[in-house]
Design a protein around this ligand. Sequence first.
Ligand code: ADP
Ligand code: MG
Length: 341
Amino acid sequence: MSKSLLTVPMLLSLLAATALAAEPKLTRYSFTEPHMGTTFKIIVYAPDEAAADKASKAAFARVAELDGIMSDYKPASELMQLCGKAGGDPVKVSDDLWTVLERAQEVAKRSDGAFDVTVGPIVRLWRRARGTRQLPDADDLAKAKALVGHDKVKLDPKAHTVQLTKEGMRLDLGGIAKGYAADQALLVLKKHGLARALVAAGGDIAVGDAPADADAWTVGIAPVEDPLSKPKKYLLLTNAAVSTSGDAERYVEIDGKRYSHIVDPKTGLGLVGRMTVTVVAPNGLWSDPLTKVVAVLGPEKGFPIIEQTRGVSGYVVRKTDKGEETSASKHFPEVRQRDEK
Ligand code: ADP
Ligand code: MG
């Protein structure tokens, strides 16, 4: 090997050593807690266990706080209180609920309601269908659909009030709240001085600075058929978020047809195609709702819509008769990635 070839990596490792010198030796710690109907996982690099423990406790507490605001299972949540006033006057909401609803409306407008948090009444019928394995009744679906539509939500950006214009409306933040919660948990860790961190809220992952011993976080995209088998593609990310939506975990099979927990607000039906959608974005408040845009509209229509936001791209794996078929949005190749052979 020639001398000049040797010097380049040596120089690089020297540079890396000087950059790290300012930082104390960091150890990797990980924690999990159940929140928002899923498992939240935190990975942090911290100088000692006490620091990691303290910061992650605070981050989980923040997630619990957000769940208390946005849950549609807890009758006392701020969200359910707001839904209780549907058909009435505008209601002043907390900063967190405002932030999420403002983004939800933005994504709903851009996608012409493919993502729409007013789907609550429809989602409720499909949740029941998962229990009974019977398709929702056509009349019930028609009634539910009449309560759906982002045009029935009025936001006042000055007063931070929200008005739900029809009685019986029910908001469902299941497609956006976890992305926001992952962002917020990451922020808490950063405020505690732990910027080298990852927060996974089920399929919604937000990452900060790189791990102490790598230059990026490696996140695998699970295969559509067998999500527990080895990923075929890995993304290498820092200060970004990635969300995956698919039918792998939550679906109902009725008469041999598999319906996803993601519904098309226009038809009121659970999606039937077998696919997983992955969206990379600057944060989870973008990546989480945008997976539903691509799931409902399909990659051809969905990709151009999600890429209206800078730093966003998407990747879809579909199951067809011929096996797995993948498609990537225009900017997806700009995301650092590694394919497994
Ligand atoms: P998770 O992160 O829990 O895997 P997703 O991010 O895939 O879930 O979002 C699915 C959830 O979003 C559903 O369980 C439901 O609560 C809600 N949802 C379903 N369809 C839509 C839609 N078209 N627009 C907005 N929210 C939806
Ligand atoms: Mg999600």
